[in-house]
Design a protein around this ligand. Structure first.
Ligand SMILES: C[S@@+](CC[C@H](N)C(=O)[O-])C[C@H]1O[C@@H](n2cnc3c(N)ncnc32)[C@H](O)[C@@H]1O
Length: 415
């Protein structure tokens, strides 16, 4: 039987879905193997889009599948995986049902193929649709509680593209030039799918890609002219770039050589300078003193679920527990290195309370640090600090302007 055009993209999508759901791999890890041999950029983009939509809407797709099978298909059954992809294409990517059938059913043989065909055709005849907002899984609902309702509207679509400008004075001119919108000085938002490398200013390094929420921790350290900052978990370097662009003399430390290579490339392209240190922060001994330490700690990254919807299905109490321990070890080190008068920022791109608010409370109970509450006038319009003076963002915020990643940021001073 001849292979339908578009079949390689679906086969890759199934491999990626399987790697995330059964092996707990990240989408990035899964892509490397699954897209091997898929050469056309369009097919690669299609495979990514199919898996992205499938993971974003997984709970709702499963509810539809379960509504038309007599016996519930096991979570890891191949026909369920194929049906998830088929429905995501028909209901989210507007792929005509006949094209979905032609390209996806060859992923199965025999009885499972007939079953998937039957379920898909029944659902198409019923003219089923998805809800307006994706339903979160029970595991996510248990963790996020009431907040899930506020967050979920931010997960309907993948996010737009945010840029951070090296020179915030250029915001108006560059926003106009690129046809974007700006949510604050130094920020530009472009439509999803914008060919970034072709945009004006890329070659000269006038900006870099960074989610709006991820731009906030360095903003909260203010201008750094004549001052030194340690960016403790720095790679690939978004925060190093914005700190250095704000005048800070930055030491960027990270344990991961590959990620530091990206940081090096980012510095080169933007013409921004920073000292790079490849080291384990847990054994490193800084030779200098710093006016500020920014710990953008490793975390479960559930705050990036708009771009990485795999986190909605891979992360659970075990990973959260492991991360909170690593974060506390890193916090211990950072606080030890803070000289009197220096500022400490703890940030995570996580929506999990254990990695965020609970860690800030633990810091206040454990260390002799003075809170430096974040003030409303330090934040872009539409964002407010919490009662404790911390900043919590999530994808449902600034929804009418395209939302933003989930971040938690808190700030202290060493007395
Ligand atoms: C959230 S990411 C940092 C993102 C970065 N700040 C940025 O803005 O691009 C966390 C980083 O922590 C690094 N990391 C994890 N454990 C570390 C350790 N023990 N010492 C140094 N870096 C570590 C990881 O390699 C990863 O690059």
């Amino acid at each position: 039987m001849a292979v339908a055009p578009g079949f390689p993209a679906r086969r890759a999508a199934l491999k990626m879905l399987d790697a995330v759901m059964r092996r707990g791999e990240t989408l990035e890890q899964a892509e490397a193997a699954a897209l091997k041999g898929v050469d056309s950029p369009a097919d690669r983009a299609l495979a990514r889009a199919i898996v992205g939509e499938t993971l974003r809407w997984l709970t709702d797709l499963d509810l539809l599948i379960d509504s038309s099978t007599k016996k519930r298909l096991p979570d890891d059954a191949k026909p369920r995986g194929v049906l998830r992809l088929m429905l995501a294409q028909a209901l989210r990517l507007d792929t005509p049902p006949h094209a979905v059938i032609a390209t996806c059913l060859p992923l199965l043989t025999g009885g499972p193929r007939r079953l998937a065909h039957g379920v898909f055709s029944t659902l198409m005849k019923r003219e089923v649709s998805l809800p307006d907002v994706p339903t979160m899984s029970d595991a996510v609902l248990t963790r996020w509680g009431k907040r899930a309702e506020a967050i979920a509207p931010g997960l309907i679509d993948p996010p737009e593209v945010d840029l951070a400008l090296k020179n915030p004075d250029e915001t108006d001119a560059r926003t106009l030039d690129m046809g974007g919108v700006s949510l604050a000085a130094g920020h530009i938002r472009l439509p999803r799918g914008t060919p970034i490398e072709k945009m004006p200013g890329f070659d000269e390094g006038a900006w870099w890609v960074q989610d709006f929420a991820a731009q906030l921790p360095s903003r909260l350290l203010g201008s750094g002219t004549g001052k030194r900052a340690l960016d403790l978990c720095a790679a690939p370097g978004g925060k190093t770039l914005s700190l250095a662009a704000r005048g800070w003399t930055v030491t960027a430390l990270d344990i991961n050589g590959k990620r530091l290579e990206m940081l090096r490339e980012n510095l080169k392209r933007t013409g921004i300078e920073a000292e790079i240190v490849k080291a384990d922060a847990l054994t490193y001994h800084p030779a200098k003193q710093f006016d500020a330490i920014l710990l953008d700690a490793p975390c479960t990254a559930t705050g990036t679920c708009r771009r990485h919807p795999d986190v909605l299905h891979r992360i659970g109490p075990r990973q959260i527990g492991e991360m909170t321990e690593i974060q506390q070890s890193l916090i211990h080190q950072a606080v030890e290195w803070l000289p009197s008068g220096a500022t400490f920022i703890y940030a995570v791109c996580s929506l999990e309370t254990e990695e965020s608010e609970d860690q800030a409370r633990w810091i206040e109970e454990t260390f002799d640090l003075e809170p430096m509450p974040i003030a409303a006038d330090e934040l872009p319009a539409g964002l407010l600090p919490t009662m404790e003076g911390w900043l919590r963002t999530h994808p449902g915020m600034l929804a009418d302007q395209g939302g933003l990643d989930g971040f938690f940021i808190a700030r202290w001073r060493k007395p």
